[in-house]
Design a protein around this ligand. Structure first.
Ligand SMILES: NC(=O)c1ccc[n+]([C@@H]2O[C@H](COP(=O)([O-])OP(=O)(O)OC[C@H]3O[C@@H](n4cnc5c(N)ncnc54)[C@H](OP(=O)(O)O)[C@@H]3O)[C@@H](O)[C@H]2O)c1
Length: 248
């Protein structure tokens, strides 16, 4: 397979559901070796079982991305088992949206810890290996909310704007090391993400919106395939996509 994916070692955070899980499936079909992290290890083990039963190569490691040592251990497990890390997909995230005046400070903290610090910890874990290899690819998951802010989604949007700033800064800094950087910003995609909303009225509105417009998670996986499969001298820096029926 000359798809620039087969044989690559790909680490995915948040691989136990949604976009991460769909991406693991799709990349495994394309011949990648997967190292999958999330907190729900039962879900990861089931997925690894499914991929390996089909002839794929994959391993799971329980990982909380808010813990810097666990993210490092995830990437180190990839290097130990497979000798390198070619792609780091910083995907883990949550979206407990609510208006600022409700002062859901625990939710703000969790979003900052997972959506921003989790991405930074992923960079910290993979960058030293990629520098040494003089090759690598970071794929960081932002959102349409990383391009727009709307009432009720301020903190989530701030974290997703941060992902884009971090990724673009990283892109500029890693030029000497032949490392590619891609930001993927999806619109509404059918996953478990709306379950992370803690305010019942907000959750209801988001569920209704997702039921009306969301597209399947493989849409994201195909964007990953597009970015990865370009020749090594082509760096796809940003992909923004939405359901055709999504207005904002
Ligand atoms: N779906 C959309 O419409 C959409 C749109 C734009 C952007 N996004 C972004 O896409 C990414 C993936 O979300 P999704 O839509 O696939 O939602 P999802 O189905 O809820 O998946 C979220 C993943 O993140 C993991 N996660 C959450 N907290 C974690 C932690 N502390 N440590 C490790 N993993 C953690 C979850 O695993 P565990 O619970 O097992 O740890 C799960 O695998 C997120 O960054 C989200 O913001 C999604």
């Amino acid at each position: 397979m000359d798809n620039n994916i087969a044989g690559k070692v790909v680490v995915i955070t948040g691989a136990s559901s949604g976009l991460g899980e769909a991406t693991a499936r799709r990349l495994s079909e394309e011949g990648a070796t997967l190292v999958l992290g999330a907190r729900r290890s039962d879900r990861l083990e089931t997925l690894v079982g499914e991929l390996t039963a089909k002839g794929g190569k994959a391993l799971a490691k329980t990982t909380d991305v808010t813990k810097v040592d666990e993210v490092k251990a995830l990437v180190d497990a990839a290097v130990e088992a497979y000798g390198r890390v070619d792609v780091m997909i910083n995907n883990a995230g949550l979206m407990p949206q609510s208006p600022l005046e409700r002062l859901k400070i625990d939710d703000w903290d969790r979003m900052i810890d997972v959506n921003i610090k989790g991405v930074l910890y992923g960079i910290a874990a993979a960058l030293p290996h990629m520098k040494e290899q003089k090759s690598g690819h970071f794929i960081n998951v932002s959102s349409v909310a990383g391009h727009k802010v709307r009432p009720g989604g301020v903190v989530y949007s701030a974290t997703k704007h941060a992902v884009r700033v971090i990724s673009e800064g990283l892109r500029q800094e890693v030029k000497p090391y032949n490392i590619r950087t891609t930001i993927i910003s999806p619109g509404a995609v059918a996953t478990e993400l709306p379950n992370s909303v803690t305010e019942p009225d907000v959750a209801q509105g988001i569920q209704k919106f997702y039921e009306a417009v969301a597209i399947p998670a493989d849409s994201f996986a195909r964007a990953v395939v597009y970015a990865m499969s370009q020749p090594e001298d082509v760096d796809v820096n940003e992909i923004l996509f939405r359901p055709t029926r999504q207005e904002l």
